[in-house]
Design a protein around this ligand. Sequence first.
Ligand SMILES: C[S@@+](CC[C@H](N)C(=O)[O-])C[C@H]1O[C@@H](n2cnc3c(N)ncnc32)[C@H](O)[C@@H]1O
Length: 331
Amino acid sequence: MKLLFFLSGSNTSFAREEVISLLSGYGFKYEILFNQEQLLLLNVNSTRLDFLFRLGLTHFVLDVIVDSDIDLGLDKILSEIEWNSYLSLKRTFKVRVKHKDNNIENLELFIARSISKYFGDKIKADLNNPMDEITGILYKKKLIIGKKIFERSKKDFNKRKPQLRPFFSPTSIDPRIARAMINVSQAQTEVLDPFTGTGGILIEAGLIGLDLYGIDIDEKSVIGTKTNLSNYGIEKFDIRLGDARKTFDIFGRSFESIVTDAPYGRSTKIDKDKDRMYKECFTTIFDSFKKRCVIGLNMEYPFDEIGFHVENVHKFRVHKSLTRFLHVLSK
Ligand SMILES: C[S@@+](CC[C@H](N)C(=O)[O-])C[C@H]1O[C@@H](n2cnc3c(N)ncnc32)[C@H](O)[C@@H]1O
């Protein structure tokens, strides 16, 4: 099926990687049909869509009805749509339109009229609480119309902003990015964060049903992580006090995926000999994961020197004095 992922505008390259990683992690085959700015149009060889709820950096997903060139004429494009494959007289609908770099006045109305006409004016619109939503996107000359099958809840993610958690640290990562980090790691059963901090990464992993494992050298962070997890209704986790350099000794085994934001800021206790500490921690991490690692740092780190295969590095400007580099690593 043809799916349109409308990606986050501020972290678009990582948003794209999140979608692609999820699809390949679940073993779906896909073909990229269009990939510009926030629009990622894919042909996916599956109708199993239950993974969509995991997404953190996609605003919404459309089951694509039309993917056309507006120069063909709006009337012609709309008149060829078999709306009853997507809408029904038993349900209410609403049309929403997004213009990017182009504009057709009243496009929303044209689409709504085409739907009404198709159903002989018998279908009911509901602008406040529709059962189905048809979205039109006009980007340059491209017109995409689809039925919305997923919308990320901004409200839910906002409730988990670091400053709203019982245990807070200014270094904590935005929950949408933490969620995408988990998805890019392709974790399907479990995740380990060896520098758990306030538990920002583990909260997002817990909410998508993964088994959670964490380590922190600071007792306050261990207690704080547990408090934060419980605050969001997550009760099953294994968080231990310890040194990330001893990950393998602490748990006595390796993990499917490791996702972490390593210590770097002034507000984090880190060893005086940072370079040695990184090298020892990352070597232990290398020995302790099976699938993929996603590691955040405030610089680009030569993970290849440790033996990792560096798949990608995404750069995010967090604020004036912090740029975060998310390293996507495999063996
Ligand atoms: C950047 S913070 C993690 C932020 C975390 N992602 C969050 O959302 O809060 C780094 C954490 O690493 C811990 N830490 C520093 N050195 C460590 C080590 N050698 N082993 C384990 N934890 C360590 C610090 O106590 C701190 O809580």
